[in-house]
Design a protein around this ligand. Structure first.
Ligand code: NAD
Ligand code: GLY
Length: 376
């Protein structure tokens, strides 16, 4: 397996029937954003939506790049954090855009992590019945997952992303050097989504991560480029096959049904990062598969050791100071978007790299796995 030299810019295409868009990946692409997006803009005018952490770091560079390509830009800066993915902030954002006379051919540019990407994506879906969207993700998590594939959304007190849409961007520009300014905890949280791709689809990628994961976390740009590209390529394949998650795309949610329940429990505060919840959720999905005799215990242990080696949590008691009763977590899980005819669908594993959907799991097993992990 080769590692792409980081100075290289690579690109991938997401093909959706007759529609397609390109994902550009490279170090320093922020300075080329204007050149990359100019050919696809319908009007040389964009609104950049960013947050209070990202804007001071990257907004000016992006604006210079846009103005060099003669693209007029305005910006809106929102508070950082998961609580920004709310109906109240969405309403504020839409009002600001309308007051500034955003038009149908104007594009929204999401400059930030998954929070800004998901919220801006949803605003783009409903504003003036749909305006163009450009994603410039700045966290590892958003570069490997949320900025591609077109899922947008906001949270409600009932759960994560329960209001949202499928709405694809016109282009995704991934500048992997933005990860350098991310706090290490955020890089690790994003890494959990990278591990997810190995777990659900690629034993060889998982093996590569076991060898090179710590290099990637320590800042090796070539390793970052390779891992982001591999993750995007796996995601692109699933999204192209099943844009609206009627089938195999659901596998991309490995670990998420459990993870979302933990996030609901913390009220979307800063106590638990989305990726940390996914890390615990991956282990729970494997533990459940082992409990049902569908996966060898050694596979779950291998996953646990890798996540632990890179400093990610693997149990509920590591992430929740006062773990709730398993039944309470199960009630959160029952609101998952994958519930069909009242039955919960679980993404499970036969081994690392081989996942499948199971809609016939008895809840006693789920409760037992939750109780073990919570130390109850
Ligand atoms: P985030 O957007 O909250 O970013 C994490 C923190 O890092 C924030 O404080 C942010 O301000 C800061 N930040 C971002 N980029 C930075 C940079 N380059 N340097 C310094 N600080 C920076 O969180 P996230 O982990 O990127 O995304 C999590 C969200 O993504 C969740 O809401 C989750 O539900 C969503 N998500 C969506 C999808 C999807 O398919 N749409 C997939 C996975 C996750
Ligand atoms: N994050 C899972 C998906 O995009 O389908």
């Amino acid at each position: 397996m080769t590692i792409t030299p980081h100075s290289e810019e690579t690109s991938l295409v997401i093909q959706l029937g007759s529609r397609r868009y390109r994902i550009h990946i490279g170090a320093g692409l922020m300075d080329r954003a204007g050149v990359l997006m100019a050919p696809i803009l319908r009007q040389k005018r964009v609104f950049v939506i960013s947050d209070s952490h990202v804007a001071p770091l990257y907004l000016e560079r992006l604006q210079v790049s846009l103005s060099l390509s003669k693209i007029d830009s305005s910006y809106i800066i929102l508070p950082s954090g998961e609580q920004t993915k709310s109906l109240a902030i969405l309403e504020k954002l839409l009002d600001l855009l309308l007051a500034a006379r955003c038009e149908r051919r104007t594009a929204l540019v999401a400059l930030g992590g998954g929070v800004i990407g998901d919220l801006t994506g949803f605003a783009a879906t409903i504003l003036l019945r749909g305006i163009d969207l450009i994603q410039i993700p700045t966290t590892l998590l958003s570069q490997v997952d949320s900025a591609i594939g077109g899922k947008t959304g906001i949270n409600t007190p009932y759960g994560k992303n329960l209001i949202g849409s499928f709405y694809q961007p016109c282009i995704v520009i991934i500048d992997i050097s933005t990860i350098e300014t991310l706090p290490v905890r955020e890089i690790r949280a994003g890494y959990a989504e990278v591990v997810k791709y190995g777990c659900l689809d690629s034993p060889s990628f998982f093996k590569w991560l076991e060898i090179h994961g710590s290099q990637l976390l320590a800042g090796d740009l070539a390793a970052r480029h390779y891992a982001v590209r591999m993750s995007c390529a796996i995601k692109a394949r699933f999204v192209s096959a099943d844009e609206r998650e009627d089938g195999p795309r659901a596998l991309l949610n490995l670990g998420h049904t459990f993870g979302h329940a933990l996030e609901v429990e913390t009220g979307f505060g800063s106590e638990l990062r989305h990726g940390e919840a996914v890390s615990v959720g991956l282990v729970l999905a494997f533990d459940l598969s082992v409990r049902l005799g569908l996966c060898p215990g050694a596979e779950a242990d291998r996953l646990r050791s890798h996540l632990t080696a890179v400093g990610l949590p693997v149990t509920i008691r590591q992430v929740l100071a006062r773990p709730p009763e398993p039944a309470r977590l199960l009630a959160h899980m029952a609101r998952d978007k994958k519930v069909q005819d009242g039955r919960m669908q679980f993404v499970m594993a036969r081994r690392i790299g081989r996942s499948f959907l199971n809609g016939t799991v008895k809840m006693d097993h789920v409760l037992a796995v939750l109780a073990d992990s919570a130390g109850i």
